[in-house]
Design a protein around this ligand. Structure first.
Ligand code: NAP
Ligand code: MG
Length: 495
């Protein structure tokens, strides 16, 4: 582990103050901002706040590179993506440790995320060679209409800290496959994972300027990408508030995909397999400390199963381990990423208890010196919740879930849809009528039934209402990176 640790800190030191512009890691000239290990509060390094000149250098490099990258053969772009996927997979453990050090999630979970990014590279490599247009019938002879797909241009990608590899990666892979170039602004909390991915792009011989990474504050560097006239599309994942701000503040018309917050319900219907529902609820409420846009925030259980469900979920939550994710790679939960989501979790819990909720599990930080300086919290279940409580109406983004009973399915639907969000929803049921009723009535971009993995790489993933616009994953996700051009040809044959 010690050698391993030395290599890890050497990698972080090599990225100290680094920006990735035009194919090179270079030291930024701007202010230095500390990056902390959330498990113990130690500063692990610094990033450079990119200056306006550096933002301009990166966007200009991307703009130049787009002219050639967009004209490469799809096969060439696919080969680059396959090389990138192989390099990332080969170094998955090391990249995972970098992620754990800045984000807190246990190494095994971080490694799973890195490997999923590698898979995404291969998926998009295959898609790159299957991008084709359409021929549209005309109502006059002698004409042919072709719809051609052309890459949009420079993509400005702005990403959050909860999935530092995948949320950068989906935008990166779609850009590379489509022929776009990209400038990435990762979250201030998790910059090193993005810079490590940039290093892999260089190793994979992806041409200079096609991929760039700028660090710094979202309100400055992220906003500079939104404002820049050469950035043709913003691909944003983050909170609804910042997504709305980006939409409102953008000074030009440009394409946008906004993957925003959620407040995701689980409905456990009368016909549910109780143990399967408990297992699903446990995973999707507490994985990554609940810091997932598609985390289960609130659970509605048919009254016939209510007490049994609460008892089992509480016991299962109490059985989860919370540990330093670097020292204990197989821990169930690591540290939360920062004080912000931890404080929100505490506030939502206090609000629920004050308004009459029943504490079933957790409710406090784990005890012991090893936890004293980190952002740790026990997985927490509260029952008898109502929509007067924040835990049921706002995204907590922490290891806290609220449970409430229902009597009729229509009531469950009304409660589940009683939110401005529409990202993902979950159902456990075995009765076909219950399954059909819920899958039709739930006003969400994703409905997972008898499972809790709402997103897969080859199906579209996106939110409704305040959860966003646009899609990632699947063909639909890739098409977000293209213009459609209608070419109407008068060839005169058959006139
Ligand atoms: P956030 O505060 O909205 O930040 C997201 C990104 O936007 C960060 O890189 C941030 O930079 C940047 N940013 C902040 N202000 C900006 C501005 N004025 N202009 C441009 N960029 C700006 O979100 P977060 O706290 O990192 O992440 C948690 C949120 O993300 C949750 O609401 C979660 O539901 C959502 N999320 C959604 C999905 C999805 O697929 N729908 C997936 C994951 C997470 P700094 O880090 O420097 O502030
Ligand atoms: Mg934030």
């Amino acid at each position: 582990m010690n050698n391993n640790k030395n290599a890890l800190f050497e990698s972080i030191a090599a990225l100290e103050g680094a920006l990735f512009i035009d194919g090179q890691l270079r030291k930024g000239t701007g202010e230095r901002l500390p990056v902390e290990n959330p498990a113990n509060g130690q500063v692990i390094g610094h990033i450079a706040a990119a200056t306006p000149d550096e933002v301009n250098d990166a966007v200009s490099a991307a703009h130049r590179a787009f002219q050639t990258w967009s004209r490469e053969l799809p096969r060439t772009r696919a080969d680059a993506l396959h090389r990138l996927g192989d390099l990332i997979a080969a170094d998955a453990l090391h990249m995972a440790q970098i992620m754990t050090l800045e984000q807190g999630k246990p190494v095994n979970e971080a490694k799973g995320e890195v490997l999923k990014l590698a898979e995404a590279c291969h998926f998009y490599a295959e898609e790159a060679t299957r991008i084709h247009g359409e021929i549209i019938p005309n109502d006059q002879p002698g004409f042919q209409s072709m719809v051609v797909r052309e890459p949009i241009g420079v993509v400005g990608a702005i990403t959050p800290w909860n999935y530092p590899a995948e949320l950068v990666g989906w935008k990166l892979c779609a850009s590379l496959a489509s022929g776009c170039s990209i400038v990435i602004k990762p979250a201030e909390l998790t910059p090193y994972t993005a810079l490590a991915i940039a290093q892999k792009c260089a190793e994979a011989d992806i041409p200079a300027g096609v991929v760039n990474v700028l660090t710094g504050k979202g309100s400055v560097v992220g906003q500079a990408l939104v404002d820049h006239p050469y950035v043709a599309k913003i691909a944003f994942t983050g909170s609804s508030a910042v997504g709305l701000h980006i939409q409102q503040s953008c000074p030009q018309v440009k394409r946008m995909s906004l993957e925003l917050g959620g407040n995701c319900p689980l409905v456990v219907a009368a016909s549910a397999d109780l143990d399967a529902a408990v297992k699903g609820a446990l995973r999707r409420s507490f994985r990554n400390c609940g810091q997932i846009c598609i985390a289960i925030n609130r659970i509605y259980v048919h009254r016939s199963l209510y007490e049994a469900f609460i008892g089992k979920l509480g016991a299962a939550a109490d059985g989860l381990s919370v540990q330093n994710g670097l020292e204990f790679p197989a821990a169930d939960l690591g540290a939360m990423a920062s004080a912000e989501p931890l404080n929100k979790t505490r506030a939502h819990l206090a609000d629920a208890l004050e308004k009459g909720a029943r504490l079933v599990a957790g409710g406090k930080a784990p005890e012991g010196n090893e936890y004293a300086k980190g952002h740790f919290f026990r997985p927490t279940v509260v029952a008898d919740c109502t929509h007067r409580m924040l835990v049921m109406t706002e995204e907590t983004f922490g290891p806290l879930v609220g449970v409430a009973p229902f009597d009729h399915l229509a009531e469950a639907v009304e409660l589940a849809n009683d939110t401005p969000y529409g990202l993902a929803s979950y159902v456990y049921a075995r009765d076909l009528t219950e399954i059909h009723t819920l899958s039709t009535a739930l006003d969400y971009g994703n409905v997972a039934i008898n499972n809790v993995d709402a997103g897969i790489m080859n199906a579209p993933y996106g939110g409704r209402k305040q959860s966003g616009v646009g899609y990632e994953h699947g063909r639909e996700g890739l098409l977000e990176y293209f213009h459609f051009k209608h070419v109407r040809l008068h060839h005169g044959v058959g006139n």
